[in-house]
Design a protein around this ligand. Structure first.
Ligand code: NI
Length: 258
């Protein structure tokens, strides 16, 4: 069930049976020479759409833009500052909370959203924590889960692509977009990029990158240790089949928390 394809009486009826919602969040940024700019939002939206359809969960509007300043030296990247994204997430949650929604599960497609997302949640909780009177309302709860975090998904990515999964413009995310939009596939043979050291993962995973000029100098074609030419629509289907049940189970545990 998608919010943008629903009417208000249908949402009112949904609220009578659930106060939870899935929120896909991505980024509009380069994904290497062969990946779509909207890759992160496409992956998050498709995973949320399928989870919502399987388990009668409402899916909110996709947040298409993310925190991506480090990619601004590539043409077409549209990024938000961390502070802007925090405001967007807070107002998104406050809007729906004012109507009775209480549990917000963000399906995330972009590492750079992890820190601002979790900061936004802390600010939302602080509004209730600092309030003189907390009333009877339970207060909102939020969770942000990046789709690649689940162990089964990690194992599949490892089996499919091993080292060449890399950190950005990964064949896994490109494969999902190819499955969702088969006509969008760019056939391109790419050289293997330099291997990433363990230190790189420790220091820079979840997009803890420096500024845009530095980032483009370090990764001239946008890939970070990945070979997205290995992506296939079939692998995208397998990834979706693996991740969607994990999201449904994770969401159910989240909304059932005391
Ligand atoms: Ni991405």
């Amino acid at each position: 069930m998608q919010l943008r394809l629903s009417t208000w009486p249908e949402i009112e009826a949904y609220l009578a049976r659930s106060t939870g919602i899935l929120v896909p969040i991505g980024s509009m940024e380069q994904h290497g020479p062969s990946g779509l700019l909207g890759t992160d939002a496409i992956c998050a939206a498709e995973i949320a759409r399928r989870a919502g359809a399987q388990a009668d969960i409402l899916v909110g509007p996709v947040i298409e833009l993310g925190a991506a300043q480090f990619n601004l030296d590539f043409p077409e990247t549209v990024g938000m500052r961390a502070a802007t994204l925090i405001h967007v997430i807070c107002d998104y949650v406050r809007s729906l909370a004012s109507q009775g929604f209480e549990r917000f599960f963000f399906v995330n497609g972009h590492g750079g959203n992890v820190a601002p997302g979790n900061a936004a949640f802390q600010d939302l909780y602080a509004e209730r924590s600092y309030a003189a009177s907390r009333g009877n309302h339970r207060g909102v709860r939020c969770r942000l889960r990046s789709w690649w975090e689940y162990p089964q998904v990690g194992a599949l990515r490892d089996r499919l692509y091993g080292e060449w999964e890399g950190l950005h413009a990964t064949p896994s995310e490109v494969a999902i977009t190819q499955h969702v939009y088969p006509d969008s596939r760019r056939e391109m043979s790419l050289d293997k990029p330099p291997s990433l050291h363990d230190d790189y993962y420790r220091n820079f995973s979840n997009d803890r990158h420096y500024d845009a000029e530095h980032h483009r100098r370090e990764f001239p074609d946008g890939r970070i240790g990945s070979d997205p030419s290995l992506a296939t629509p079939e692998a995208g289907a397998e990834l979706l089949h693996t991740v969607v049940p994990e999201v449904v189970a994770d969401y159910r545990n989240f909304v059932a928390e005391n």
